[in-house]
Design a protein around this ligand. Structure first.
Ligand code: MG
Length: 336
């Protein structure tokens, strides 16, 4: 198979702020795998939190792309070869997505159908990124009606996180979910979460730092389900998450692709855990791969391509709050 890869810069429609950082643009890596004259496309959205960048992802693809081999259907063997090299999960996800896209195009079916999955999953949340409470309430007003649930980024470090949720709740009856991005201590979480429960928050994502020893106690005492994101990357992490959380957040940029994401969803179900699907800032190509896993999830946060000023890879349709993948072969995005 012939492999090409390059960096694509995505300009955000507005500055995106979470507890760790503020961004105006994001770089992703797009890969193309060509076999028998057909090209599959995939995208990597590297996560800085895990010391990945577009440059490191591109370097991984260029150095290790030969491990793909010549059979685009040998996903299990290809995955094992790639997994033997630690790190660069986003780059692996891009290769996995390109292989799925290629398979679908070679067979003339969309990837969701190829995998025997329904076409659509739950509605996506819209992310209200971190700001002061009034600002977050104003931004809620602007999206009301377009989305069926909202995810609030918390972790302001200023004692105002519950006020943020209260300010948003005063503007909307939509289901609210919050993501603390590791910013609270156990004491802060035990203080805030009962007050968030009173405001009707559906779940709290990653309140404690990854690996925090207070996780099991928080799970036991929290009146609201705890979902972990930074604590859960691949299948190997899922079992331990049952001790500290009620659910896991799967992201293809952490799992290394669609195939491992599906494994994680099933493992979580076996452990009685809830499943959510997250994303990074991504073009429609990255979101199209996420859409494949979405029908296996209880909660979906796939707004990455809706946050950018102009999607260079259209193909996913946002309809009535749901991200709907194409019916075209493969991922249905990014050329033929
Ligand atoms: Mg998160």
């Amino acid at each position: 198979m012939q492999l090409d890869a390059h960096i694509v810069r995505l300009r955000l429609a507005e500055t995106f702020v979470i507890a760790r950082e503020a961004r105006d643009e994001e770089d992703v890596v797009q890969v193309e795998l060509t076999h028998d004259g057909v090209t599959g496309h995939g995208e990597a959205a590297p996560i800085e939190r895990y010391d990945e960048s577009a440059e490191s992802a591109l370097a991984f693809v260029r150095e290790h792309g030969h491990l793909i081999g010549d059979d685009p259907f040998a996903l299990e063997e290809i995955g094992a070869r790639l997994a033997a090299i630690p790190g660069e999960q986003a780059a692996k996800a891009a290769l996995d997505a390109a292989l799925h896209d290629l398979q679908g195009k070679l067979l003339g079916v969309p990837v969701w159908k190829l995998l025997g999955l329904p076409r659509v999953g739950p509605p996506t949340s819209w992310t209200i990124w971190l700001g002061d409470p009034d600002d977050m309430a104003r931004r809620t007003d602007r999206v009301a009606g377009r989305f069926r649930r909202l995810k609030l980024k918390l972790g302001g470090g200023d004692g105002l996180d519950v006020d943020r949720v209260r300010a948003v709740r005063a503007r909307t009856e939509l289901p609210l979910q919050v993501d603390v991005n590791e910013w609270w201590s156990l004491e802060e979480a035990l203080d805030a979460i009962p007050r968030l429960a009173a405001l009707g928050v559906q779940y709290v994502e990653q309140p404690l730092p990854a690996g925090d020893p207070g996780g099991a106690e928080l799970k036991r005492r929290s009146p609201v389900p705890i979902y972990v994101d930074e604590d859960c990357h691949t299948l190997a992490d899922v079992a331990a998450c049952a001790d500290i959380a009620h659910g896991i957040n799967i992201k293809l940029a952490k799992s290394g692709g669609i195939r491992e994401g599906i494994r994680m969803a099933h493992a979580a179900r076996a452990l009685g855990l809830g499943v959510m699907l997250g994303c990074m800032v991504e073009s429609g190509l990255g979101i199209a791969a996420g859409c494949v896993v979405a029908p296996l999830c209880d909660h979906v946060d796939l707004d990455g391509n809706l946050l950018i000023a102009e999607d260079p890879c259209p193909g996913v349709t946002f309809a009535d709050g749901v991200q709907v993948p194409s019916e075209e072969p493969g991922l249905g995005v990014g050329g033929s």
